[in-house]
Design a protein around this ligand. Structure first.
Ligand code: NAP
Length: 283
């Protein structure tokens, strides 16, 4: 007996991880609603997959368009079983250098876009009594580093939102997984990235070093894109959704060091935390 196929909706499918996910899913015989700012970028995948590939134009910074595309996908394909909220990019440079427009665009793309997407799909997933939401975060969503403060803010934001959402929708049969990839060679540090305007004061700081290395293409990557896409699909089709999924040895190491340091900090300050409760009868 062959396993039942699912219908997936993916954002940011034109390149990188999103495109690798579409390729992996089509190879497995799944049906995909692949959305992208430029859906034409997927036209080479269409002929071999026939009606299993449905495409739509979607910029995730447009909440009205998100609702429309989700409704259109359900109408065209009958249902959505798994949503992969993947679209995103990094603003690289020191926090003080980021312009107001850069900050707002980063947040609209990486944080409020995924929130609006979740709100748009939830009525359909609840009505059908099952579904999965997979949110692509980053190892930077667990451990912040200099040179990507606004990016880290968005990824920590999705970590909080989707952790909370997971507990809210579990009872409806909906699973949520937050994926935390390490470095992987895509357009992320190339065409996809945005950089801040350099302030001389930061020239010799880690933030400027990162920006220069990103601009020169001198950042090394550990991850294998196809293996990451395969792992995400495998985990999204497990009967139970894990809340988090780290991908890559760099992600595993960085997150482990981050959590260990946070736990040590918490324990160091335990006496202060416990000293601020109401005391005696007022408790
Ligand atoms: N690569 C890494 O090292 C790495 C590590 C950790 C996490 N991630 C995360 O992985 C996800 C995918 O990134 P990637 O590595 O595949 O980078 P990528 O190759 O640059 O691909 C990013 C994708 O997001 C799309 N996108 C950007 N802004 C969008 C918007 N407003 N609306 C719709 N689509 C938009 C891009 O579309 P266009 O083609 O139209 O620009 C592109 O398809 C991101 O969420 C990123 O934060 C990546």
């Amino acid at each position: 007996m062959t396993a039942p196929t699912r219908t997936w909706l993916i954002t940011g499918s034109s390149a990188g991880l999103g495109r690798a996910l579409v390729t992996e899913l089509l190879a497995r015989g799944e049906t995909v609603a692949a959305t992208a700012r430029v859906p034409h970028a997927l036209s080479d995948l269409g002929p071999s997959s026939g009606r299993r590939l449905w495409t739509a134009r979607l910029d995730v910074t447009d909440p009205e368009r998100i609702r429309q595309v989700v409704a259109d996908a359900v109408e065209a394909l009958g249902r959505i079983d798994v949503v992969i909220s993947n679209a995103g990019y990094a603003l690289v440079g020191a926090a003080e250098e980021a312009s107001r427009d850069q900050i707002e665009r980063q947040i609209r793309t990486n944080l409020t876009g995924p929130i609006h997407l979740a709100q748009a799909v939830l009525p359909y997933l609840r009505a059908q009594g099952h579904g999965r939401i997979v949110q692509i975060s980053s190892m930077a969503g667990q451990r912040a580093a200099p040179g990507t403060a606004v990016y880290c803010a968005t990824k920590w934001g999705v970590e909080g939102f989707f952790e909370s959402l997971a507990a809210e929708v579990k009872g409806f049969g909906i699973g949520v997984t937050i994926v935390e990839p390490g470095t992987v060679r895509t357009g992320f540090f190339g065409r996809g990235k945005e950089v801040t305007a350099a302030l001389p004061a930061y020239a010799d700081t880690p933030a400027a070093v990162l920006r220069r290395r990103a601009e020169d293409g001198r950042l090394s990557c550990r991850g294998d894109l196809a293996k990451m896409a395969c792992a995400i699909v495998d985990v999204a089709t497990r009967p139970t959704a894990p809340l988090r999924l780290a991908l890559g040895s760099d992600a595993y190491g960085l997150i482990r060091r981050g959590l260990t340091a946070r736990l040590a900090d918490l324990e160091d300050q335990k006496h202060i935390a416990l000293s601020t409760d109401l005391s005696g009868d007022t408790a």
